[in-house]
Write a protein that binds this ligand. Structure first.
Ligand SMILES: *Cc1c(COP(=O)(O)O)cnc(C)c1O
Length: 496
């Protein structure tokens, strides 16, 4: 097997092994770690179709995390994908309305972030051991709602780690907030900020790359790492379910070996769809990568015009986990389509920081023909939830509905009948109020938990344990700070 090394999207100096890249999270120059090549699958998809989710995970992850031993990887995988998931399949496919929904929300926090964040703590603590790290690892995370809880659940009480999560105080759903502020574990810290997700993410990146702070922490026995999707340890586990879903379609005879499929991904930070792009490059016959945005449609505009421009109003929508104007992981795609050029990428990212915009070359644009960008308005999103439910009885959340709506528009526009997998990224119970509004059962006098009871009555879908367990849980995290005070909050928690 070929060894894969990782380098920063902004500088080629020093290639490092996968475990080191996972420990660091972000490169010291502010870039993201990328593999020096994308390996092809070793087994055929037909062979993979007889494997379990865990076995598929091993087949995929061993190719990219080449410095982990077989024993280490299998340990990480078996501890991550276990009974925390409410189905043995881990990521089931459901057919509804002419598409296959890949349900990625059966883990502990009922959103797709669990697919990667249930394994990241194992990958990271294993990496710490492998690299003789003596410091305590401090996971620093900005969340638009779902990453935070999934990371907290993954890292709570993991020896040798602490976790600090920043979320936009007024930018997450009540259930999302309740999930986070009730988090147990002495090593956990949850802080609301007066600002939006981009502020939280920018603040975290700044803290991360501050050399003085790094030195101070090191002297106190701490070092930062990241659980955000900029960490390659998040991206690699996400490739697995695209391989798995193709193999599943094959096994069930829905497609023949080699048939193309399309993939639709409700997109925010561009991590999930980038994983699909990597899966394609590893050999999964994915034809179109359909990137679905909500009203924060910066990516739609980018795919249409070749210009990325974040200078626009930030809109709060009913799909808050996609309310993002700076899609961090797009940087990895930019690097690849620039011919794996760190120099070109660094120049674009500097422009993005300074002017809030950049425009790629025609040659780079010609490498994006597999991508199709679309967006859905709030009305379209709600109509899609109601329509699918009324016609088929299948219930989807607001994020998934953005994808389903964009898919509907894509089919209308192109007539493309290719078998299609829609990434279903959250349980409808995570966004109960919006889903109930969409179904015409909104009720301002009900809290979100009472609404969940009603939704269960209407839909016949049981309320997930993840919602039941926080209903009356004690609120343990109450701190709210201004977006300019994030560094101080970190120091306070670590007492440095
Ligand atoms: C995070 C998230 C997304 C966006 O995924 P990215 O990898 O950031 O593009 C979509 N839907 C839900 C429910 C999420 O939690």
């Amino acid at each position: 097997m070929k060894e894969i090394l990782y380098s920063s999207t902004r500088g080629d100096k020093g290639r490092i092994r996968a475990s080191e890249a996972i420990l660091r999270g972000l490169a010291p120059d502010g870039g993201l770690y990328v593999p020096d090549s994308i390996p092809g699958l070793e087994k055929t998809l037909r062979e993979i179709s007889s494997l379990t989710y865990q076995e598929t995970a091993y087949e995929v992850m061993k190719l990219l995390l080449t410095d982990y031993t077989e024993e280490e990887l299998k340990y990480c995988i078996s501890h991550a994908y276990d009974s925390k998931f409410d189905t043995e399949e881990i990521a089931p496919l459901s057919e509804a309305g002419g598409a296959y929904y890949l349900e990625l929300y059966h883990g502990a926090t009922i959103a797709f972030k669990d697919m990667a964040l249930s394994i990241l703590p194992y990958l990271m603590t294993t990496a710490a051991k492998k690299n003789n790290v003596k410091n305590e690892i401090v996971i620093l995370t900005a969340t638009s709602g779902d990453t935070g809880k999934a990371a907290l659940a993954g890292f709570a009480d993991v020896p040798g780690t602490r976790i600090i999560v920043f979320y936009p105080k007024h930018g997450v759903s009540p259930i999302q907030e309740q999930q986070m502020v009730t988090q147990k574990g002495d090593n956990t810290c949850v802080i609301g900020i007066e600002g939006n997700f981009d502020d939280a993410q920018t603040g975290v990146k700044k803290i991360f790359t501050d050399p003085k702070l790094k030195e101070l922490l090191d002297s106190k026995g701490f070092q930062f790492s990241s659980a955000n999707s900029i960490n390659i340890g998040r991206l690699v586990p996400q490739i697995v379910y695209y391989v798995y879903s193709y193999a599943k379609l094959l096994k069930e005879g829905r497609i023949a070996e080699g048939d193309p499929i399309n993939v639709v991904v409700p997109t925010g930070n561009f991590g999930n769809i980038l994983a699909a792009y990597y899966a394609k490059n590893m050999g999964v016959p994915i034809a179109k990568l359909i990137c679905a945005s909500n009203s924060n449609k910066v990516l739609f505009d980018f795919f249409k015009s070749g210009e990325y421009d974040r200078n626009r109003e930030f809109v709060l929508t009913s799909s808050p986990s996609m309310d993002i104007l700076i899609s961090s992981n797009l940087e990895r795609l930019i690097y690849h389509i620039a011919g794996n050029s760190a120099e070109a990428d660094a120049a674009y990212m500097e422009k993005l920081t300074k002017e809030g915009r950049y425009e790629i070359t025609d040659e780079m644009r010609s490498k994006l023909t597999d991508f199709y960008g679309g967006f859905a308005t709030e009305e379209e999103t709600f109509a899609t939830i109601a329509d699918l439910f009324n016609k088929t009885g299948y219930l989807i959340d607001t994020h998934t509905a953005v994808a389903a709506s964009v898919y509907g528009k894509y089919v209308k526009e192109t007539g493309d009948k290719t078998v299609t997998v829609i990434a279903s990224t959250a349980s409808p119970y995570k966004f109960t109020r919006s889903v109930m509004n969409a179904l015409g059962h909104g009720d301002d006098n009900c809290d979100d938990f009472a609404l969940a009871d009603k939704l269960s009555e209407i839909s016949g879908v049981a309320i997930p344990e993840a919602v039941e367990s926080i209903r009356n849980a004690e609120i343990r995290h109450k701190t709210v700070v201004d977006k300019t005070q994030m560094e101080k909050a970190v120091k306070d928690f670590l007492k440095v």
